[in-house]
Ligand binder design. Structure first.
Ligand code: FAD
Length: 323
């Protein structure tokens, strides 16, 4: 069986990234997954058990005291060390800023090929083939690495998660010597943007609002529907530029790319730059008062109507269904 490394991102609070289960599921379709983490020595046991919760059967844990202060350098060390030991056919990671950087640097160290922002991945015999959604979702293209391992970042939420709880077998390693020269973190400041809502990039349901919400106050309707559905809130650039919500919630070419199970677009026209960030969502629902709005070209379900009429009815229907 081919070894497939799964580079797992770990937060500063010592939690594995929400994408872990999706990545392990994708890796299991290609070969034998081995989860790779870099961790503070005191966090290793907790992280291995968290990985067991999301189905990791084998873990390579790289203990490094510089985790949390050395940006992605420890994860690069962990991936390179694991690649030398396990000679994988591929290394998978989430398509986040940190994991993209970690895999890019690992690719240079290993002399390997890098494929970023894949929306699917498949085994093609002696190589891995990945699918990318490009030009705002207008085309799907396939890419591969002909020699050596393929290092692949996968769009969070693009693939299903289907793992069972396990008790992982762990291989331990630790940094020998100091971390050398690295870009260091000198302080962390937390900005809580979404309260109890799930994070935008990893949410199963995203409810986004556009200029059609009319004002910051009107945009509360998006929050209400997101809360009724247990989803995250997103926004179009026009809504962000108008000050309805912060830029961190912008979905699209110059914002966040999401791929949830359900994407609800309220008062969003569906410009190509917005579609670039949400077109790979599994089910797209649009509510817009203009029946010719381009968002309806990609919507699975559409309602032509005023959001201020339709959405309150929808929220009431969801509440009465729940109760
Ligand atoms: P509009 O296009 O103004 O659409 C508003 C919609 O709301 C209309 O369809 C209207 O019919 C509907 N509406 C109005 N009132 C109601 C109502 N009461 N009920 C129901 N429907 C109603 N955009 C992004 O979103 N993300 C990006 O990352 C992004 N990056 C960009 C990068 C570049 C380089 C450029 C040039 C543009 C970028 N844009 C981006 C902007 C993009 O081109 C659009 O201008 C933007 O997406 C429009 O946002 P909108 O759909 O909210 O607004």
């Amino acid at each position: 069986m081919k070894n497939i490394l799964v580079s797992i991102e770990v937060s500063y609070e010592g939690r594995i990234h929400d994408s872990a289960s999706m990545l392990l599921t994708a890796a299991a379709r290609l070969g034998s997954p081995i989860a790779v983490i870099a961790a503070l020595p005191g966090d290793v046991d907790s992280l291995i058990s968290q990985l067991g919760e999301v189905g990791a059967e084998e873990v390579f844990a790289f203990a490094d005291p510089s985790v949390g202060t050395a940006l992605v350098t420890p994860q690069v060390e962990a991936v390179v060390e694991a690649a030398q030991r396990f000679e994988p056919m591929a290394v998978l990671a989430a398509n986040t800023n940190d994991s993209r950087e970690a895999l890019a640097r690992s690719a240079v160290r290993l002399g390997a090929g890098l494929l970023v922002d894949a929306v699917d991945v498949r085994d093609d015999g002696d190589r891995i083939v990945v699918k990318h959604s490009v030009f705002g979702g207008s085309y799907d293209v396939e890419a591969t690495v002909d020699e050596g391992p393929a290092l692949v970042t996968i769009r969070v939420g693009a693939l299903p998660s289907d793992t069972q709880k396990t008790t992982p077998v762990a291989t331990m390693a630790s940094r020998q010597g100091g971390p050398g020269v690295f870009a260091g973190i000198t302080g962390i400041e937390y900005a809580l943007a979404s309260g109890d809502r799930p994070p935008l990039r990893a949410a199963d349901i995203v409810v986004s609002g556009g200029r059609g919400l009319g004002s910051k106050e009107g945009f509360s309707l998006v929050d209400e529907l997101a809360d009724a559905l247990g989803g995250a809130v997103g926004a179009s650039r026009a809504a962000v530029d108008a000050g309805f919500r912060p830029q961190s919630l912008q979905v699209g070419q110059t914002g966040v790319t999401v791929s949830p199970q359900v994407y609800v677009a309220l008062g969003i026209s569906g410009a190509i730059q917005h579609r670039a960030g949400m077109q790979t969502s599994k089910t797209i629902i649009a509510i817009n008062k203009d029946e010719d709005a381009p968002i309806f070209d990609i919507a699975d379900f559409g309602v032509v109507g005023d959001v201020f009429t339709v959405v309150p009815q929808l929220i009431r229907a969801i509440s009465s269904h729940r109760s």
